[in-house]
Design a protein around this ligand. Structure first.
Ligand SMILES: [Zn+2]
Length: 334
């Protein structure tokens, strides 16, 4: 193992077998109707989950997403978030690479409400998210998708862009999974946004079937860009005090010749000068320390391309502490 210092972060080169490069071959079908997003990355679709969190299904879903090494966007309901999750739960969702937006507090039809009531409902949810996540949400989704100019103007004044969907499998009707898969495949295009809910076993089966099939066709699953805020890192770090578990995020997994470059950050209030161990599960079997965070809390680690196509799982640990490690999620190979 050779260590090279670069750009303020410790870079560790591990030796290991090279992997044949795999490439997907999706049928990329362009549609003409605008979806309202800043950009539609080629071959990328979005999974979104409304109305959570759920004590049972959300943790299972997070593990399922890690199993495939993919990222999703969550629109929890304010009142559910308040009664079911703590700050560490929200931070874990974010540390694992997912994004979060506002879905109102009460789940009312906002188009039928007075503008003051719309503002109060959305702001209550944004304040809770700010308290738990550290930052105000930059995106939201209207309950039932119902919005008009008034509702959009109120949400816009609160700093949020609306995120709709392009496909709704309607889990409430208990559809057959193969039928859902056929429907979603037909509706698939760059930037497709799939509406799901983290409150039914059926939704988990749909995720399993869709991700598996879409991935075989070369499609990737990323968070909705509008839900990523520029100040997420600083804001999340500011939520941490001594004794708290670390927070962080993998920001890149890119190919560099035969190697993979893993970059990101992790912060622990008990280690203000960095030095957190970054652990990688590069072959699906044997986790090992692949690097440490620098003084600026960044890490940049070079990994050999593994022989398997399993996602690379990453977590950070502060040696000697009794708190649990922080997962930085699992990430599919580029
Ligand atoms: Zn909803």
């Amino acid at each position: 193992m050779a260590a090279v210092a670069a750009a303020g972060a410790l870079v560790v080169v591990l030796t290991g077998p090279a992997r044949a490069e795999t490439s997907g071959s999706g049928t990329f079908q362009k549609v003409s109707e605008p979806t309202g997003y800043f950009e539609e990355a080629s071959g990328v679709v979005h999974l979104t989950f409304d109305d959570g969190p759920d004590e049972v299904f959300t943790p299972v879903l997070l593990d399922l997403l890690d199993h495939y090494g993919i990222k999703a966007t969550f629109f929890p309901l304010g009142r559910n978030l308040k009664s079911r999750w703590e700050q560490d739960d929200v931070q874990e969702l974010l540390s694992r690479g997912h994004a979060i937006g506002n879905h109102s507090w009460h789940h009312r039809r906002l188009t039928e409400e007075h503008p003051f009531s719309v503002a109060a409902d959305l702001e209550e949810a944004s304040l809770l998210l700010q308290d738990l996540a550290g930052f105000r949400p930059s995106c939201w989704r209207a309950p039932y998708g119902e919005r008009n100019e008034m509702v959009l103007a109120v949400a816009g004044s609160l700093g949020m862009e609306h995120v709709g969907w392009t496909a709704d499998p309607q889990e409430w009707q208990n559809p057959w999974v193969p039928v859902v898969l056929a429907y979603l495949t037909e509706k698939r295009h760059d930037g497709s946004t799939i509406l799901l809910h983290d409150r039914k076993w059926l939704s988990l089966h749909i995720v399993d079937a869709v991700v598996s099939a879409f991935r075989d066709d070369g499609w990737g699953f990323e968070v909705v860009d509008a839900c990523r805020t520029g100040n997420e890192r600083e804001a999340r770090m500011a939520t941490r005090t001594e004794g708290d578990v670390p927070v962080g995020r993998v920001e890149g997994l890119t190919k560099d010749g035969e190697d993979l470059l893993l970059t990101g950050w992790a912060y622990d209030a008990d280690a203000p000068e960095g030095g957190l161990e970054v652990v990688g599960n590069t072959d699906g079997l044997s986790p090992r320390i692949v690097g440490v965070t620098g003084i600026g809390h960044d890490f940049a680690v070079v990994l050999p391309s593994p022989t398997d196509t399993v996602p690379i799982c990453v977590w950070v640990a502060n040696a000697g502490r009794s708190r649990h490690d922080t997962s930085l999620g699992c990430h599919h190979l580029p």
